[in-house]
Design a protein around this ligand. Sequence first.
Ligand SMILES: Cc1cc2nc3c(=O)[nH]c(=O)nc-3n(C[C@H](O)[C@H](O)[C@H](O)COP(=O)(O)OP(=O)(O)OC[C@H]3O[C@@H](n4cnc5c(N)ncnc54)[C@H](O)[C@@H]3O)c2cc1C
Length: 281
Amino acid sequence: HLGSEEQKQTWLPKMVSGEAVGAIGMTEPGAGSDLQGMKTRAEKDGDGYVISGQKTFITNGQHCDVIVLATKTDPNAGSKGMTLFTVDTSLPGFARGRNLEKMGHHAADTSELFFENVKVGADQILGGEGRGFANLMNELPRERLILALGAVAACEGMIERTIAYTQERQAFGQSISKFQNTRFVLADLHAQVQVNKAFCEQSIEQYDRGELSTTNASIAKLTTTELQGKVADQCLQLFGGYGYMQEYPISRDFVDARIQRIYGGTSEIMKEIIARDILGR
Ligand SMILES: Cc1cc2nc3c(=O)[nH]c(=O)nc-3n(C[C@H](O)[C@H](O)[C@H](O)COP(=O)(O)OP(=O)(O)OC[C@H]3O[C@@H](n4cnc5c(N)ncnc54)[C@H](O)[C@@H]3O)c2cc1C
């Protein structure tokens, strides 16, 4: 949405073919939810900019060829002092830190990234100088909707796996799917997932029409990811001790679900956004 024709031609075909991997660098050790507290600086230098700073928790950090990097171009201008850049990771001064060890999401890499006097041209600005915060606010609803859809899909997968397991597992002379508790837990979770799915489908239609509001994207992200945590916990319970074993996918579902309430904006930040809409600041 924000790229110049040149930026699009440089990166998008390679990203589609898989030759280039992208990352988004917002979070810093001292600034996550409070993005405006970020310290990474892009200082004007002749025709271009020099970037110095540090990011952390960056998905694809080990693999990325290009980073959409959030920087401060004017530290005194508040939200209007933030600018996004497309940074090529082959540039001198860029370094990758550790691949951080996480409790889940082991298939994804998450890293620290370092920028020491990385020189970039002014044509690497994405979406206008000083427009970084506004651009992030406009584009993050899409990310939140994607996370919500992932949550619904994960819930459906967990319920499907749990139905199969409880129909097979026997206790007290019958399959555990025959116990009223099992039936009520699964019926309740299924009902909640279907209601959340309907809201997500409505949100997709709004997104397609260019009408998805920040509030609705936050409602979708908040409710589906909280539900994912509940589904993971209650489904795992129905597996008994086997649910705690790594060879059973439900144990991976459980640890993978936990991050959903944190990244892409925490549940608390989603509630702040919704509250601001219905109550004002
Ligand atoms: C696996 C993983 C992948 C990630 N991928 C990326 C990525 O690709 N790019 C990227 O930029 N970032 C990424 N992140 C970072 C993620 O977005 C942040 O961790 C998240 O936004 C929270 O920031 P924080 O960790 O600094 O927590 P903090 O902001 O320090 O929050 C700590 C607690 O305080 C609460 N809190 C903060 N402010 C308020 C408030 N105003 N009201 C009420 N409660 C509040 C939070 O909700 C939370 O419970 C990733 C993180 C992880 C763990």
